[in-house]
Design a protein around this ligand. Sequence first.
Ligand code: PGA
Length: 249
Amino acid sequence: MTPGVRPLIAGNWKMHGLAAEAQALARAVADGAAGLKAEVLICPPATLIAPLTQACAGVVALGGQDCHEAAKGAHTGDISAAMLKDAGASYVILGHSERRMAYRETSHRVRAKAEAAMAAGLIPVVCVGEPEDDRLLGRAEEVVAEQMAESLPDGFGAAGGVVAYEPVWAIGTGRTPTEADITAMHAMLRAKLAEAFPAEGAGLRLLYGGSVKPGNAAAILALPHVDGALVGGASLVAEDFLAIARAAG
Ligand code: PGA
């Protein structure tokens, strides 16, 4: 945890949630999140952002899981940052490895999306993380540093942007890096953020994501430069997600 920084616990619901169950989950999270030190964020499917604003009101923030880089136009099936904002979002996840892989999203595209998000008044949560091969070959830090450098636009620091380090091989697998590996990666990312954004980089939130569960959250969140978590599977169970949020202090 970085001293003086409010931790962020973000739930990435991915493509899960129909109206009734989503309302119940959001309400349960909001009930348990009141008064916590951590800021709690839910990123549901875009169709659920507006319907969940009431259940979340004032306690839990809402975010999208992606946006297009254009403000509007002929982009069938896409959603703009302004639309997410209009629906009640304040954050948007960008460059998740599932999108980088399934839609071949490049870091340059992620940077364009982050620019669009900031222009619409959303806080971008930019994901970076190495595939397992790069970890095994000893080049995880190099790959992730390059991804981050290419994915973050000018002004990211002033916008209070968030970076989430999510090793691809740890997502949804139950496997996590060692505490030493997370510490080393986050220290490297912190140094690069401070260099790229001298005014704000030391205080920007740097999340860890990938198989964060109630059982490992406290240990991970206690590591230096880990200012919160991006949580997939465990964010779909209110008690698990709240246990992780409480572990942030
Ligand atoms: P997981 O997903 O917590 O289920 O591993 C994390 C993510 O994809 O953001």
